[in-house]
Design a protein around this ligand. Structure first.
Ligand code: PAF
Length: 281
């Protein structure tokens, strides 16, 4: 496995890979790798000739400096995990390498950027779009793999690829969960023992929402969800929405035959977690 820190060397190596007509599968990450990431990588490796993973904690997608500071950085163990999935190249640039000049580009994702994560983390998706576009330019993958846990991010990346006509297939992969249902996330490492025990409540509640969706209205389900989490003093919900699964726009009513996604963000202690569940009505 090649560990490369510069854009120039990455381009050189990947230029050769493409010249040999090998397909490139790409998994962008911010490190602190867990089974959810490794699942994306195994799939990318299976579906492509050459696997590239980036590890870069992207400062411009954090709207909270404490969150950026506390983001786990575990490069040594990440590299061991990358070896275990037969990664071919890891791109691990410095901040200066990725952003030699101040960012001036402005992406407009319209309403997608104004709801749920976009509303509660202003600037977050712009930061994601800037770094993903740069990574795609450098790596030029045939396919890029994203987890459905960050559902809205996936929709933003799909919108970016459409908007910029980028020659890459975005592959959406199901959320990987712990045995108790907690969605895998690098942030889970920051939960203490009690918080970790509490965290699966989010997914358990989402599963009940999915059952309720067949018989209750959206306002009733929202009321139920709010009440459900009120029972846990240590969980502070930030938002809960049921959204159209294609546009990601929150809805007030659901129709049979359509696909929705119920999304939640909540703080457990100092850790902000998100999760979602697909509802096929
Ligand atoms: O999902 C993430 O880890 C990040 O948002 C991504 C896609 C690597 C961009 O920094």
């Amino acid at each position: 496995m090649e560990i490369v820190h510069t854009v120039e060397n990455t381009r050189k190596i990947l230029g050769q890979v493409s010249a040999e007509d090998k397909s490139i599968g790409f998994v962008p990450t911010m490190g602190a790798l867990h089974e959810g990431h490794l699942d994306l990588m195994r799939r990318a490796k299976e579906e492509n000739d050459y696997l590239v993973v980036s590890i870069f904690v992207n400062p411009i997608q954090f709207n909270n400096s404490e969150d950026l500071e506390k983001y786990p950085r575990t490069l040594e163990s990440d590299i061991e995990k990358l070896e275990s999935v037969s990664c071919d190249l890891v791109f691990n640039p410095s901040e200066e390498e990725m952003y030699p000049e101040p960012v001036t580009v402005k992406y407009n994702f319209g309403k997608l950027d104004l709801v749920m994560e976009g509303k509660h983390r202003p600037g977050h998706f712009h930061g994601v779009a800037v770094v993903v576009k740069k990574l795609f330019d450098i790596i030029q993958p045939d396919r890029a793999y994203f987890g459905q846990k960050d559902y809205q991010q996936l929709k933003v990346v799909e919108a970016l690829v459409n908007k910029e006509s980028l020659p890459v297939d975005v592959v959406a992969c199901p959320t990987v969960r712990e045995d108790d249902g907690l969605a895998m996330s690098s942030r889970n490492e920051r939960l203490d023992e009690e918080e970790r025990e509490l965290a699966p409540v989010l997914y358990q509640s989402l599963k009940e929402v999915k059952d309720l969706a067949y018989k209750e209205s959206v306002p009733e389900i929202k009321k139920w969800f709010e009440k459900q989490l009120e029972g846990y003093n240590d969980i502070q919900p930030e938002y809960f929405e049921i959204a159209d699964a294609i546009s990601c726009m929150p809805v007030d009513e659901m129709q049979k035959g359509k696909k929705y996604v119920a999304c939640v963000a909540a703080h457990i202690g100092n850790v902000r977690l998100i999760d979602n569940i697909i509802i096929n009505l």
